[in-house]
Design a protein around this ligand. Structure first.
Ligand SMILES: *[C@@H]1O[C@H](CO)[C@@H](O)[C@H](O)[C@H]1NC(C)=O
Ligand SMILES: *[C@@H]1O[C@H](CO)[C@@H](O)[C@H](O)[C@H]1NC(C)=O
Ligand SMILES: *[C@@H]1O[C@H](CO)[C@@H](O)[C@H](O)[C@H]1NC(C)=O
Ligand SMILES: *[C@@H]1O[C@H](CO)[C@@H](O)[C@H](O)[C@H]1NC(C)=O
Length: 391
């Protein structure tokens, strides 16, 4: 029923001028799960942490070139307004909001976030990453640690309004959605931007994982129990790096994709042990590497005609510059996997969101998992349905 409802909602939300291709089942990996929720449970709010892939406008007030609050950004959004989202329309986080039947979480730095403190919030910031200095060359941003500090500030506000018991319950039942780490590669390691970038890739991954685990621990200690952690996508296939590599065949930077994939393997293992070490934790790994790579390489399987070129940009693969004005927009954004040099389009974000929401994680398709490790691979749909009230 839940699944049926969300399918109907997805279809209803696709603007009618867009052609809509239902993604093909690919090697059985992206099939929808048929696991029924244990009990339908209401999620009171969702909190977002991460980077420009889910920043809904926190950077609008910051001095940075990492901003998207001008046309043509937002041209296919419900309001046609450039809210600061790095998309022609919705981001994966917005689709997840819809699937949960929750109002869009306001950017934490906006007045709306003050007006509706119980509605969840978006702390994500373009340029932000796991490491403090990631993205600094772009200008200011809210780093991973700073986003957590803002979350703790919100928690104090909730305690002041609701008391400690109701706040613990609210945070226990809410979902936290974290999409970070991409910039630690694209705006740090690959570009040699900070001291950490001199580390060999395996040591760099260890630094990211150690730091990230400490950050997740603070969220757990603050009362978060249902947390969806996205892996890093295949950033070496972003149009910017196709332009940088400049091959005639649209070759991705596969070494970088491989390093990111090793980070994701480490993240999976880290979350399994994290859940074992922290009672009641349901911190789940959601893979997006595979679905994004598959869209980039086989766009037609998902109803796109173009998997390598940014709809809004210049130069080869549209990756030679940022998306700066409406004259740079391609003829049909809905045909493109990539909206700009780094970010997926409205429609590609929907495919990603559905993978995160209800797709079978590739890491669960082999072998049996124990009941403890299963927690690490729940879909967000399953996470939402969990009733933690007696646990
Ligand atoms: C990162 O920044 C936070 C403050 O946001 C600070 O507490 C922490 O020590 C910094 N970490 C490093 C490695 O500099
Ligand atoms: C970063 O440094 C490495 C090793 O010194 C070099 O191969 C690479 O081209 C540099 N990347 C950029 C974007 O400057
Ligand atoms: C990309 O490669 C082509 C030759 O294949 C060359 O003409 C062009 O100048 C290169 N572009 C950049 C930005 O290096
Ligand atoms: C584990 O896998 C084996 C064979 O692959 C299967 O027979 C068994 O039922 C599975 N156990 C569980 C608990 O799923």
């Amino acid at each position: 029923m839940y699944q049926l409802l969300s399918a109907v909602i997805v279809l209803a939300l696709i603007p009618s001028q867009m052609s809509w291709g239902i993604p093909k089942i690919n090697h059985g990996v992206y099939a929808q799960t048929n696991v029924a929720p244990r009990r339908t449970h209401v999620v009171p709010a969702i909190y977002f942490f991460g980077d420009s892939t889910i920043d809904s406008g926190n950077n609008n007030q910051l001095p940075t070139i990492g901003r998207a609050n001008f046309p043509p950004y937002g041209r296919d959004f419900d309001t046609r307004h450039a809210s600061g989202r790095f998309s022609n329309g919705k981001m994966s986080s917005d689709w997840i909001n819809d699937f949960l039947h929750l109002p869009l979480a306001p950017p934490y730095t906006s007045p709306e976030a003050r007006m509706y403190p119980f509605q969840g919030a978006n702390f994500a910031s373009a340029g932000g990453g796991i490491l403090n200095n990631t993205g600094s060359v772009l200008g200011q941003k809210i780093s991973g640690w700073q986003q957590i500090e803002l979350f703790l500030e919100r928690r104090n506000e909730l305690i002041a309004k609701l008391g400690t018991v109701a706040t613990s319950r609210h945070l226990r039942d809410s979902i936290l959605y974290i999409a970070t780490g991409g910039n630690d590669y694209t705006h740090n390691w690959i570009t040699n931007d900070t001291d950490a970038a001199i580390l060999p890739h395996d040591e760099f991954n260890n630094l990211l994982l150690t730091t990230f685990k400490n950050q997740l621990q603070v969220l757990y200690n603050a009362g978060a129990r249902k947390v969806a952690v996205l892996g890093i996508g295949p950033v070496g296939c972003a149009p910017h790096f196709l332009w940088f590599t400049n091959t005639s065949t649209g070759q991705c930077m596969e070494t970088v994709n491989q390093y990111v994939s090793e980070f994701n393997d480490g993240l999976r293992e880290m979350l399994i042990s994290f859940n074992q070490q922290n009672q009641g934790a349901h911190f789940v790994y959601r893979d997006i590497w595979n679905v994004v790579y598959s869209m980039a390489k086989f766009p037609q399987n998902y109803g796109f005609t173009n998997g390598d070129t940014a709809c809004c940009g210049t130069g080869n693969y549209g990756g030679g510059s940022r998306c700066l004005n409406p004259s740079m927009v391609c003829e049909n954004p809905a045909a493109h996997v990539w909206w700009d040099e780094y970010h997926p389009s409205h429609r590609a974000s929907n495919v990603i969101a559905r993978q995160v929401w209800s797709g079978v994680d590739p890491s669960t398709t082999t072998g049996n998992s124990t009941s403890t490790t299963e927690y690490s691979f729940l879909t967000i749909r399953q996470l939402a349905a969990l009733d933690l009230s007696d646990g």
